[in-house]
Design a protein around this ligand. Structure first.
Ligand SMILES: *[C@@H]1O[C@H](CO)[C@@H](O)[C@H](O)[C@H]1NC(C)=O
Length: 242
């Protein structure tokens, strides 16, 4: 675990008493808003051709932010835009402010052909949000912008079990999905990687084996099956909501 990262792991019970729920937003609505916001991050990120690590960093920042702040006070689309903006700087994939503003406005309006003059009200509104919320976000996440993600562990595991193309595809999709839920606040990235592979093998009905006929491939990352299954449940849950 990275230094300082410990404060960003929670227990399942903690999600019933977040700042948003103290502000009257039900835990169910919060879960839904988190999923919607992460889909928004994903769409804006793809439109700006950001790497998957930038997108993943933005999602984790978003989830961390709302463990300390309320959705009543900071709108989740505005914060989602801010997270992608901040993540893009952290991952050195910076784009012009103008491009980020346009991508946010287009995806929020669900209209990719939307054109905005740089002095239009909508453009300035998004621009001001990004500038103003950047500070608030950075403070809430304690300026910790270097975040480990499941992808590198997944790549290790896929190689270890010599996964088929189909298993690979599903495993990646499950890791992508995991960012929509609280998973990154509950489990360390290597656990999420193993859970994604575990689910992918199930969906594809394939038995995975490592070298020397090692059937307990999760042990390659020093994990126990119960941990992996528990995390897999949490990753799957997001499918029930969105
Ligand atoms: C996972 O997300 C990345 C962007 O973060 C995207 O490039 C990739 O195609 C996605 N993979 C799957 C299988 O959905």
């Amino acid at each position: 675990m990275q230094a300082g990262a410990g404060q960003w792991y929670f227990k399942k019970e903690d999600f019933a008493v977040t700042p948003s729920s103290a502000d009257g937003i039900s835990p169910q609505v919060e879960v839904l808003n988190r999923a919607k916001a992460c889909r928004f991050i994903y769409n804006v990120g793809l439109a700006l051709r950001f790497s998957y690590t930038t997108i993943a960093t933005a999602c984790v920042l978003f989830h961390r932010f709302y463990m300390r702040n309320s959705m009543q006070e900071h709108h989740y689309y505005v914060m989602a835009g801010t997270c992608i903006y901040v993540a893009s700087k952290a991952e050195e994939q910076q784009r012009k402010m103008r491009d980020v503003v346009l991508a946010c406005a287009r995806k929020a309006a669900k209209k990719d052909s939307l054109q905005l003059a740089e002095d239009s009200k909508e453009f300035l509104r998004w621009r001001d949000h990004l500038i103003y919320k950047e500070e608030i976000l950075l403070e809430a996440v304690c300026f910790e912008l270097t975040i480990q993600h499941p992808y590198k562990y997944l790549i290790q595991l896929l190689d270890y079990v010599q996964a088929s193309k189909m298993v690979k595809q599903y495993a990646w999709a499950f890791v992508n999905d995991s960012f929509k839920s609280y998973s990154c606040l509950l489990y360390q990235p290597h656990v999420i990687a193993a859970a994604a592979l575990y689910l992918a093998a199930k969906v594809c009905q394939e038995d995975l084996v490592g070298p020397n006929n090692q059937k307990r491939w999760w042990e390659h990352l020093k994990l126990q099956l119960s941990e992996v299954e528990d995390c897999a449940d949490s990753v799957l849950k997001v499918h029930e909501i969105v």
